[in-house]
Design a protein around this ligand. Structure first.
Ligand SMILES: C[S@@+](CC[C@H](N)C(=O)[O-])C[C@H]1O[C@@H](n2cnc3c(N)ncnc32)[C@H](O)[C@@H]1O
Length: 250
């Protein structure tokens, strides 16, 4: 049988959020490749070999997957959330573009998954209910000046926003700088939502006015959402609901 590389998203944490299509691909794989905690989520079976690797080796991992597919294996590359959102799908395609010529003709598929921002949005209502953008706050792969420019322009365009990789131990100051830029550019008290460990048993959702947020509210297990100027909060006895209306007055 000819080999394949299928890049699948396994959602934000709850197995119920893995699509049936991704489950089928995993069930038919001979080899699964990915970052250690994601590979650990895949049940062991005799006909499956697991290849777990550390963070930040995405290109090596992709090349390994493509080499195994060239040998006829059915390889699944696992990513959290959706594989096309700051994750493995782009890494595999980068490896294809710059790698062995015959890799281009392999059977390569990307299967979508539920990304953290959509699970977080659903957990508190519909803050991404109108136009929005997603920004990766890590400056490992792009200059900080570009991140700040995108934050200011997104605020000027009045997008709701989702922030991935907000704050890590190796980048403790970036999120504070991002908050300062957003507070200056937005100039109001729109809600910021800190959604941590979304869809997992220890999920927490905090809704905080933008003027009151502090940098220690986010870590690498948090996806942060920011409303647009139109975003509303519906107070009720239970947790409030947040939504951004579908229309904007002309
Ligand atoms: C490298 S990105 C991967 C994103 C992933 N491909 C997705 O579509 O969700 C990792 C970041 O995603 C966010 N994230 C992933 N899973 C999450 C979860 N269960 N709860 C909150 N944030 C999550 C966090 O911002 C984390 O720092």
């Amino acid at each position: 049988m000819s080999g394949s590389v299928i890049i699948v998203g396994i959602g934000p944490g709850n197995d119920a959020l893995i699509t049936p299509e991704a489950q089928t691909a995993i069930a038919q794989a001979t080899d699964v490749v990915g970052y250690i905690p994601y590979v650990e989520r895949i049940s062991a079976r005799e006909s499956l070999t697991k290849h777990a690797s550390d963070n930040r080796v995405e290109i090596d991992r992709s090349r390994h997957a493509l080499e195994m597919a060239s040998e006829g294996k059915r390889v699944v590359v696992v990513s959290s959330g959706d594989p096309g959102v700051f994750a493995m799908a782009a890494a595999v395609l980068e490896a294809v573009e710059h790698g062995e010529a015959h890799w281009r003709n392999l059977d390569i598929q990307v299967l979508p998954g539920i990304t953290a921002m959509l699970a977080a949005s659903a957990a508190c209502g519909a803050p991404l209910g109108h136009d929005f953008c997603a920004i990766n706050l890590s400056d490992n792969m792009k200059p900080w000046a570009l991140i700040e420019k995108r934050l200011r322009l997104a605020a000027e365009a009045d997008f709701a926003m989702a922030f991935y990789n907000p704050r890590s131990k190796s980048r403790p100051e970036g999120f504070g700088k991002a908050l300062k830029a957003l507070q200056e550019a937005c100039g109001d008290d729109r809600p910021m939502i800190f959604a941590r460990n979304v869809s997992r048993p220890d999920q927490t959702i905090k809704i905080v006015p933008l003027t009151e947020v502090t940098e220690d509210m986010a870590d690498m297990r948090t996806v942060v959402l920011l409303g647009s100027s139109q975003t509303r909060i519906i107070e009720r006895d239970d947790a409030p609901l947040v939504y951004t209306p579908r229309s904007v007055a002309g």
